[in-house]
Design a protein around this ligand. Structure first.
Ligand code: ADP
Ligand code: MG
Length: 347
């Protein structure tokens, strides 16, 4: 694993990272000129996890302590992945999906909590984000450019319904209504991994850090006197940013239709599906959510994307501690009431 100090002080979404290399991105500079500008204390490492590249940046005086903390955070994210992956044969979630229709499957506290939170957020978004979306997720494949038939979708849709998942607190078990209903944590699990990684860094007394799970970020403190600055990618131009979010504590997550998609018959098929139609949601191109934690921000970014600008912003305004920006299909920006406190549009 490479271990190096970084010359850049900004945390960026996956697409924006590419811009660093060509020097087109400038960090926000709200610090006074007398503050130290040395990057010797900034440590950065990347590791492939949860189907994306996780990057951790830490600011600390002691390189050995920083390295130890980053190691522990990556280990933690790996542990979370093995627990909640729906792809691994031996994960707890796989056991629920296999046996949950036969009766309640007892699970550990952690999986129970993530699923519980997922159900809450499914309810809050009125099923726009739905934890049981995975029941029909297999019909789609971005890599194989696979478009299901309308009939396949219609047959499958009744199995997407988070309200049918039974969570029992007393024996901490989860039951599913039928063999064809599955739980998937694809739109919330990365956020949870980011939160767990952040917690481990805090436990190691790291006060200034960024954990970036491929565009799902959690930040704390500052980067050598400057607040962390997160570049938000332009959904239709990889060379441009929409702007920057500046944050010193909390999560900022962006979901877009430009991350994983293919085009066929003049249509863009991407990975955020509207559970009502079974097809990719069409009214948004990019959604950025700011929240206290990345688990919430991750699920909401997907949910608001599906809801679209009017309903999505209305919901964001209702939720405490949540701010959002939705870019619609005409690339118009819609923002919640306080989003501007954090966001500076690019020129
Ligand atoms: P990314 O992982 O690229 O940041 P998201 O957080 O929006 O994007 O998650 C997208 C993934 O979530 C999809 O690949 C799919 O597995 C799952 N998903 C897609 N649509 C929904 C939905 N409406 N509700 C819940 N999960 C979804
Ligand atoms: Mg998400």
């Amino acid at each position: 694993m490479s271990w190096r100090t970084t010359g850049y002080l900004c945390a960026l979404t996956a697409v924006a990272v590419a811009l660093i290399g060509v020097g087109r991105f400038n960090c926000s500079s709200t610090s006074s000129p007398s503050e130290p500008t040395s990057t010797d204390r900034v440590f950065e490492r990347t590791q492939p996890l949860m189907g994306t590249n996780f990057e951790i940046q830490v600011v600390h005086d002691d390189a050995a302590k920083a390295a130890e903390a980053i190691d522990a955070a990556f280990e933690e994210i790996e542990r979370v992945e093995s627990l909640i992956s729906e792809w691994r044969d031996d994960s707890e979630l796989t056991a629920v999906n296999r046996r949950g229709a036969e009766g309640p499957v007892e699970v550990g506290e952690e999986l129970f909590e993530v699923v519980h939170r997922g159900i809450e957020l499914s309810a809050r978004t009125d099923g726009a984000f739905d934890l049981t979306f995975a029941s029909c997720g297999h019909l789609w494949s971005m890599s194989k450019r696979q478009v299901p038939s309308k009939r396949e979708i219609d047959d499958c849709l009744p199995h997407i319904d988070y309200r049918q998942v039974e969570l029992r607190e007393d024996d901490r078990s989860i039951a599913l209504p039928d063999d064809d209903t599955e739980i998937g944590l694809g739109a919330i699990g990365k956020g949870y991994g980011v939160d767990r990684g952040a917690e481990v860094l805090s436990k190691h007394h790291i006060d200034d850090f960024v954990v970036d799970g491929g565009g799902d970020l959690r930040v704390e403190g500052s980067s050598i006197g400057r607040p962390w600055s997160v570049g938000i990618a332009h959904p239709r131009d990889a060379q441009r940013l929409l702007g920057e979010v500046t944050l010193s504590e909390g999560a900022v997550v962006t979901s877009g239709d430009y991350e994983r998609y293919f085009e066929a018959d003049g249509q863009r098929y991407h990975h955020i599906i509207d559970p009502e139609t079974g097809f990719p949601a069409t009214t948004s191109t990019s959604v950025t959510v700011i929240a206290d934690d990345a688990t919430t921000a991750d699920a909401l970014a997907t949910g608001l994307f599906v809801l679209g600008a009017a309903d999505g912003i209305e919901l964001a305004d209702e939720l405490d501690g949540v701010e959002a920006m939705i870019v619609d299909d005409e690339l118009k920006r819609h923002q919640s009431a306080q989003f501007d406190r954090y966001f500076r549009p690019a020129h």
